[in-house]
Design a protein around this ligand. Structure first.
Ligand code: 4AD
Ligand code: MG
Length: 465
């Protein structure tokens, strides 16, 4: 039987059972006694299984001894108790079939040593083979599954919102244009501007920056919904927290206020942290050893804590009076920078903070105006070590107020007519948030750059692979 290595190592087979594993050589060691020890991995778990290949095998001299890291092999043998420390079981090989050789092993880019994350980024097509990227990949998968499970168990429906859109959901003008027009020969209107009527969709279109506006339409019918999909931002930010293409989870709840979705976000984060500690103990142990010794305890303490809620206004007072010199000075009304967010989460509170009720002028047009007329019902969740991982708000459900905000911000109401209809036909209070998936994976693993937690990162100047 074809066995996955996870099952072999976790004792799903009996000593003496015959199994076949299919994978790649991580390392090989030959003993003087004429035995080769092959560490074979197949991605099913962090560890490789040890296959013991004796000299009696007919291809021992001409093939097995020549195996190097990354060769692909099919090993058949019997399960045995392992003598060495570390693992309980190994495979006594009765056959080792070489499926693919590594040509010129000296030039193979993924030598079995530690590579820098920068180097691995340049080898994006090969880096999945490393322990590090394998572990990140399994944790990312586990988190995605846990998120779907969390929402499913709470009665949310998953809505697939469009990637191509005509509306700027954040009103921030950071969109990639989608067009089939011939750049050399752009059609022009009488006024000399580009005539997008002649484009594929008969109008100017973009890659979505957020599925929120679309998912609101479904919340206003199915009550509890969420999106989980790719989003795109043409912001020229060269930081460890920004990607031009990232994945976002956006729940949206009808008959909900800001405090309800703040609680939902806290519950969701705790749920997925528990899942990853339970399901990916092997990979988390690796991160604790290699990347951040607090990788596990950090999640555990978040699970046990109550997130602190704080108003923006109070946070500004704290930052002004804390005695620390920031690169960007703080005044009521400014957008908080990463240094401020991190100070609040890491130094002042030492745990995640839910910052609420931001000045209206630094937030998006759809956020609900508070009674004071100066702030909106917005929240950001700031995590130690990374800053903002979640941004959300209660939405403006009153047409008059929404229109006033759109006018103030110079948005074209015609572009948002369908969004305004939600306020005209059976409007309800509703609220939601967006979780940046790569920031979550970065937080959980301790891997400090979001480029390393997505398979093929897209950043300014980089769309290779
Ligand atoms: O705060 P943002 O811009 O909020 C929205 O897009 C809302 N429509 C969400 C909602 O209420 N439904 O983005 C949400 C989150 C941020 O907190 C951050 O974690 C992540 O998305 N994010 C990015 N992640 C990686 N690279 C980027 N360039 C990101 N921009 C935002
Ligand atoms: Mg935000």
């Amino acid at each position: 039987t074809h066995a996955v290595i996870k099952d072999v190592l976790s004792g799903q087979y009996q000593v003496g059972d015959t199994v076949t594993v299919k994978g790649w050589i991580r390392t090989k060691r030959d003993s003087k006694a004429g035995i080769s020890f092959l560490a074979v991995h197949d991605g099913s778990c962090f560890d490789a299984v040890q296959a013991v290949a004796p000299a009696e095998l007919n291809n021992y001299e001409n093939e097995i001894k020549r195996l190097t890291t990354a060769c692909s092999v099919i090993v058949t043998g019997t399960i045995a108790k392992s003598e060495g420390q570390g693992q309980a079981f190994e495979i006594q090989a009765s056959s080792v079939e070489v499926v693919g050789w590594v040509e010129n092993p000296d030039t193979y880019p993924m030598a079995p040593k530690r590579h820098s994350m920068e180097y691995l980024r340049e080898q994006a097509h090969l880096r999945a083979r490393t322990n590090m990227v394998g572990a990140i990949t399994r944790v990312r998968h586990c988190l995605a599954q846990a998120i779907h499970r969390f929402f499913h168990e709470r009665g949310f429906y998953w809505i697939s919102t469009p990637i191509i859109t005509g509306a700027d959901a954040e009103g921030a003008g950071e969109m990639f244009r989608v067009s089939t027009l011939d750049l050399e020969n752009l059609p022009r209107t009488d006024k000399g501007t580009i005539d997008y009527k002649q484009d594929f969709f008969g109008k100017e279109t973009f890659l979505t920056v957020s599925g929120q506006l679309n998912v609101e339409t479904y919340a206003c019918a199915l009550s509890k919904v969420y999106t989980f999909g790719p989003t795109f931002r043409a912001e020229n930010s060269n930081t460890t927290r920004h990607l031009a293409e990232f994945w976002m989870i956006e729940p949206e709840v009808a008959y909900a206020e800001l405090k309800d979705v703040a609680q939902l976000a806290e519950d969701m984060l705790k749920f997925v942290f528990k899942a990853v500690l339970a399901e990916r103990a092997d990979d988390m142990a690796f991160f604790a050893e290699r990347v951040d010794e607090n990788a596990i305890s950090r999640l555990q303490s978040m699970i046990d804590s109550t997130f602190v809620r704080m108003d923006y206004t109070e946070a500004v007072e704290i930052l002004k009076n804390c005695g620390k010199k920031f690169e960007y000075p703080v005044e009521w009304g400014v957008d908080l920078q990463s240094e401020h967010e991190r100070y609040l989460a890491e130094v002042h509170v030492g745990a995640p903070v839910i910052l609420q009720n931001y000045p209206k002028d630094i937030k998006a047009f759809y956020m609900r105006m508070n009674e004071d007329g100066k702030t909106v019902a917005a929240m950001d969740i700031l995590a130690p070590g990374i800053g903002e991982i979640i941004g959300g708000s209660q939405r403006e459900e009153r047409l008059e107020q929404l229109d006033a905000r759109m006018d103030q911000m110079g948005l074209n109401k015609e572009d948002y007519s369908w969004y305004r209809d939600l306020r005209r036909y059976g409007t309800v209070p509703h609220a939601g948030f967006g979780l940046g998936f790569e920031r979550l994976v970065s937080y959980v693993t301790g891997v400090g750059n979001v480029r390393d937690v997505i398979a093929f990162p897209r950043t300014p100047g980089n769309a290779d692979f």
